[in-house]
Design a protein around this ligand. Structure first.
Ligand code: HEM
Length: 508
C-alpha cells in the first residue's frame, strides 16, 4: 500500500510546486493572461468541466465563464493551464496558424491510442503530404465516380438488417472534452446502436482503405475499435483505469490485424498486383513507410471517420423526429427523387445528391447543433499576443467550435434546431467564418465531403423507406418507432411481416 501512496504524494507535491513556479513566472514576465482562474493545483477546473458534460446541457461551464470573463479566458484542464476561446476570430487565427504559432496537442490517452504516426499527430512537411493524400481519397470527384455507389449499397445493406429494437444514444458523444464514464459506448444498448450506423461508416472506411467488403473480419475489428475509442477520454494510467487498459489491449489486436494485411499487400505488390485504395497509395508513395507507420496511419483514419459520422447520423434522426415540419419537408424532397426512379432500390446518382437542397440545410444544422467535435486542442509554440492578451509559450489552447455555434450573437435562437436558417433568404445565420464543424486551415477534416454525402444518403434511404414517429420520452429512454413505408417494399417481398416495424430508442 505504502509503495502505492508514496508516488501519489510525490506527484501531488510536484504538481503544487509546478503550479506555484508557473504562476510566479507569469507574474515575473508580467504577461497579460486572459482573465479566469487556474482552479485547484493539478486538478484545475477539469472536474467542473467533466461534471458539466455529464448533464443534459454542458454549456454552463462555458456560458458562466464567457459571461464572467468574456470569450477568451484562462482555465486549467487535464493537468495543464489552458486558454479557452469562444471567439470565432481567435478560433480562426488558431486554425490558420497551425504549424507556425500553434501545433496540435492531444491529451495523452488519445495520442497513445492513436499511435505517433497517425495523421492527427503528424507535423511539418510530412503532414502536408499525407493530408493531401488523404484528401485525394475522399474528395468530391472520387465520391462522384466511385464512392457514392458503395455508400448507397452499404447503407441499403445495413437497413435491410433493421428488424430488432435499436437503441440510439442520446447526445451520443460530446466528443472532445468528455471523460470516459459518461457515455458508455461499450454497454449493450450502444453496441446495438453501433451495429446500425457505425457499421455503415466503418465498413465504408475499411473498403476505402483496403478494398475489403463487409464480413466477419470487419465486424470483429469494429468491436475492438469500440474499445479503443472508449479509452480516449480516460486517464492514460493503466494502473488506475480498466477502460484504458482494455483500450490498449484492443489497440494491440487492431494493430496486429492491420499489420497482417499490410504484409500480405507488400507481397502482392511485389507481384505487380496493385489495388487502387489508400493502402495501395501508401505502399506506392515512395516514402518507404514501415509497417508500423502504415498501421498507425490507417488505424487513426478509421477512428476519425467512424465515431463522428455515425454519431451525426443518430442525432439527425433525433432532431428530425423532434421537428416534424422539417421531417415532412425532407421526406418530400426525397420522395421526389425516388419518384423519378423505376425501382425503389435503384441507386442514387451524383445529380440526385446535388438536388438535395433542403437535405443540405438539415446536414448543416445537425452539424451546428450536435457539434460532435466540440473544438480542438493546440499548443502555443511561442508567446502569442492576441486581442490584448498573451498566450504563454507551451500553454494549451482550446478553440471551442461548440461555444461559437451555440452563441445567440452568431445564430438567432442558437439552441433551436432550425434547418431553414441555412436557406439563402434566411437572416437567422450570421455570415462569415463562424461555422467550423470540420475545423479549418492545414488540418481541415479530409473527410468533410464524405461525411456530408454519407449522412445525405442515409437520410434518403431512411425517410423513403421508413416513417419515424416518437413515443413519449421515459426517464431514461427516448424511443423512436421506425415503420416500413408500404410503398417502399420491394416487389419480391423478401422480408416478413414481423420485421415491418422497428423501434429505435435514444438512450439518455
Ligand atoms: C461528421 C463527421 C466529421 C466531423 C464533424 C469531423 C470533424 C473534424 C475536425 C473538426 C477535424 C480537425 C481536427 C483538428 O484540427 O485538430 C477533423 C480532422 C480529421 N478528420 Fe474529420 N470529421 C468528420 C468525419 C471524418 C471522416 C468521414 C473522415 C475519414 C476520412 C475524417 C478524417 C479526419 C482526419 C484524418 C483528420 C485529421 C486531419 C489532420 O490532422 O490533418 N473525418 N475532423
Amino acid at each position: 500500500m505504502a509503495s502505492f501512496i508514496t508516488p501519489l504524494i510525490l506527484l501531488f507535491i510536484s504538481a503544487i510546486f509546478l503550479f506555484l513556479h508557473r504562476r510566479s513566472r507569469y507574474r515575473r514576465l508580467r504577461l497579460r493572461l486572459p482573465p479566469g482562474t487556474l482552479g485547484l493545483p493539478f486538478a484545475g477546473e477539469t472536474l467542473q468541466l467533466i461534471s458539466a458534460y455529464k448533464t443534459d446541457n454542458p454549456e454552463p461551464f462555458i456560458d458562466h465563464r464567457v459571461h464572467r470573463y468574456g470569450p477568451i479566458f484562462t482555465t486549467h484542464l487535464f493537468g495543464e493551464p489552458t486558454v479557452f476561446s469562444a471567439d470565432p476570430e481567435t478560433n480562426r487565427f488558431i486554425l490558420l496558424n497551425e504549424g507556425k504559432l500553434f501545433e496540435c496537442s492531444y491529451p495523452g490517452s488519445i495520442s497513445n491510442l492513436l499511435g505517433k504516426h497517425s495523421l492527427l499527430l503528424m507535423k511539418g512537411s510530412l503532414h502536408k503530404r499525407m493530408h493531401s493524400l488523404t484528401m485525394s481519397f475522399a474528395n468530391s470527384s472520387i465520391i462522384k465516380d466511385h464512392l457514392l455507389v458503395d455508400i448507397d449499397r452499404l447503407i441499403r445493406l445495413n437497413l435491410d438488417s433493421w428488424s430488432d429494437r435499436i437503441f440510439l444514444m442520446e447526445e451520443a458523444k460530446k466528443c472532445d472534452l468528455r471523460d470516459g464514464n459518461g457515455t458508455g459506448v461499450g454497454d449493450s444498448d450502444s453496441m446495438v446502436w453501433y451495429n446500425v450506423s457505425s457499421s455503415i461508416t466503418f465498413e465504408l472506411t475499411v473498403k476505402q482503405l483496403m478494398s475489403f467488403d463487409p464480413g466477419e473480419w470487419t465486424e470483429t475489428l469494429r468491436k475492438e475499435y469500440v474499445l479503443v475509442i472508449e479509452g480516449f477520454f480516460t486517464l492514460p494510467l493503466p494502473l488506475f483505469s480498466t477502460t484504458y487498459r482494455r483500450a490498449i489491449k484492443a489497440r494491440t489486436k487492431v494493430a496486429e490485424a492491420l499489420t497482417l494485411i499490410v504484409r500480405e499487400r507488400r507481397k502482392e505488390s511485389a507481384k505487380e498486383e496493385k489495388k487502387n485504395d489508400m493502402l495501395g497509395a501508401l505502399l506506392a508513395s515512395g516514402n518507404n513507410f514501415s509497417d508500423e507507420e502504415i498501421v498507425d496511419f490507417m488505424l487513426a483514419l478509421l477512428v476519425a471517420g467512424y465515431e463522428t459520422t455515425s454519431t451525426i447520423m443518430t442525432l439527425a434522426v433525433k432532431f428530425l423526429t423532434e421537428t416534424p415540419l422539417a421531417l415532412a419537408q425532407l421526406k418530400e424532397e426525397h420522395d421526389q427523387i425516388r419518384a423519378k426512379k423505376s425501382h425503389p432500390e435503384e441507386p442514387l446518382e451524383w445529380t440526385d445528391y446535388k438536388s438535395m437542397a433542403f437535405t443540405q440545410c438539415v446536414v448543416n444544422e445537425t452539424l451546428r447543433v450536435a457539434n460532435i467535435i466540440g473544438g480542438i486542442f493546440r499548443r502555443a509554440m511561442t508567446d502569442i499576443n492576441i486581442k490584448g492578451y498573451t498566450i504563454p509559450k507551451g500553454w494549451r489552447v482550446f478553440a471551442s467550435f461548440r461555444a461559437v455555434h451555440l452563441n445567440p450573437d452568431h445564430y438567432k435562437d442558437a439552441r433551436t434546431f432550425n434547418p431553414w436558417r441555412w436557406q439563402s433568404n434566411s437572416e437567422a445565420t450570421s455570415p462569415g467564418n463562424v461555422y467550423t464543424p470540420f475545423g479549418g486551415g492545414p488540418r481541415l477534416c479530409p473527410g468533410y465531403e464524405l461525411a456530408r454525402v454519407v449522412l445525405s444518403v442515409f437520410l434518403h434511404r431512411t425517410v423513403t423507406r421508413y416513417r419515424y414517429c416518437t413515443k413519449p420520452k421515459t426517464q431514461k429512454r427516448y424511443p423512436i418507432i421506425v415503420k416500413r413505408r408500404e410503398e417502399s417494399k420491394p416487389s419480391n417481398q423478401t422480408w416478413k411481416g414481423k420485421e415491418e416495424e422497428s423501434e429505435i430508442e435514444i438512450v439518455d
